[in-house]
Design a protein around this ligand. Sequence first.
Ligand code: NAP
Length: 508
Amino acid sequence: MTDWVNPLRDKRDKRMPRIAGPCGIVIFGVTGDLSRKKLMPAIYDLANRGLLPPSFSLIGFARRDWADEDFGQVVYEAVKKHARTPFRQEVWDRLSEGFRFVQGTFDDDAAFGRLAETLEKLDAERGTGGNHVFYLSIPPNAFQQVCEQLQKSGLANPQEGRWSRVVIEKPFGHDLQSAQELNEVVNSVFPEESVFRIDHYLGKETVQNILALRFANELYEPIWNNNYVDSVQITMAEDIGLGGRGGYYDGVGAARDVIQNHLLQLLALTAMEEPVSFGPKELQIEKIKVFSATRPMQPLNETTARGQYASGWQGSEKVVGLLEEEGFSKDSKTETYAAIALEVDTRRWAGVPFFLRTGKRLGRRVTEIALIFKRAPHLPFDKTMTEELGQNALVIRVQPDEGITTRFGSKVPGSAMEVRDVNMDFSYGSAFAEDSPEAYERLILDVLLGEPSLFPVNREVELSWEILDPVLDYWAAHGKPEAYESGTWGPASADEMLHRMGREWRRP
Ligand SMILES: NC(=O)c1ccc[n+]([C@@H]2O[C@H](COP(=O)([O-])OP(=O)(O)OC[C@H]3O[C@@H](n4cnc5c(N)ncnc54)[C@H](OP(=O)(O)O)[C@@H]3O)[C@@H](O)[C@H]2O)c1
């Protein structure tokens, strides 16, 4: 007799909270900025929400000569300062029982031996089950060495039925060739399904909501194409400058730092076709199709712009220009503002430019995706009645003030027929009682659960460099970025770029 199989057994209710199974996470670079501000607080927030297993262990690896208790104190301070959820002593006490610290440098074989011993002990004492995440929160030039050490020490090769996963942070290379080399190194140690590349934008609720907005509704998808959409603007603007981060940013610049990863991922979710399901493979297939069809519009001297902030104002504070910031050479050509126009060469998007821009020390901190619609083909009004009518727009507000705005024309109250733009808003803050989790909470939990949907695969990374490389090469061969005053919306050449194409940047 065959066993009866419950047909619903595998149909997990996706609304139920998902709790990670037994495991531990090793953070390399635990003393760094990312670890203190994002990773440790996110781990505490997950524990506070009851999403970590009782056996969960956190192992710090760094050069400082710390005992486990010193490490615990560092985590405590990071959690107190940056955690999203309230501090609860009982959660902290339980979590901190699983803290361990291993002192060492990346070239020290003995230190990796001690790490292996520590993990083995934790498996036995706390029941972490031989399942380990290795989080490389370290400078990219150390990725290769740490991967090789993990291989040499046997940590990258889990025993049967157990798993090892590696998490890497952007930048994933600085051009196509270096990205391929990096992928080769990482994939020579970890199979692709064990590699989790963090693009923290994909962990944001508002970014995942693009898929809900498009594919759970009937309202938008019929007009989500070149019949109705005139152009798309994707913006990530920061109001802060680069004081204190010179070492990392000089020679990298805005396009590599933001467009190659965050903005191209937003473009992919905006432009892709409906996936067969929301499984990781199915999402990847659609994103890869978009990247394969995307290229910079030509000629690049007319369809790109770049700038470097000069002195000016950040709010009420007088601020210096990039070249006066510590850590930048006086003749630095690093751009702090980048704008590019892309075409997505598909039936849906033929003829619709996608304008991507990012910059530092701009007028406001805002990230948004704006679909700008074509004008109505006919307006049965006197011209004076619609002088203040702009183009309809649908704006996905990624941060801050997360939500969606629809802009359309409405009659101004009164006896005359005058039409003016108005906004209709959905705001996460007022529509839902619950706060959104931080992107890192979602992404770390997904790594522990082995759910890869929100992590770009190597092919996506390589294709996004293929899109950006021609622009970077063109810029490298042609002059330097144009200065723009801090606190404004970027260089004049960026405005000219859009004017030439008969458009204007939004002023969010
Ligand atoms: N910070 C962010 O918001 C952010 C955002 C996105 C991506 N990232 C990426 O995340 C990674 C970490 O960034 P971060 O801002 O945290 O950098 P960071 O503040 O400079 O920290 C780097 C960490 O690596 C350690 N380290 C460097 N060289 C080492 C060596 N030879 N041996 C042992 N430890 C070494 C440092 O230890 P010591 O303290 O001993 O020097 C420190 O803990 C980078 O890949 C970065 O590109 C960061």
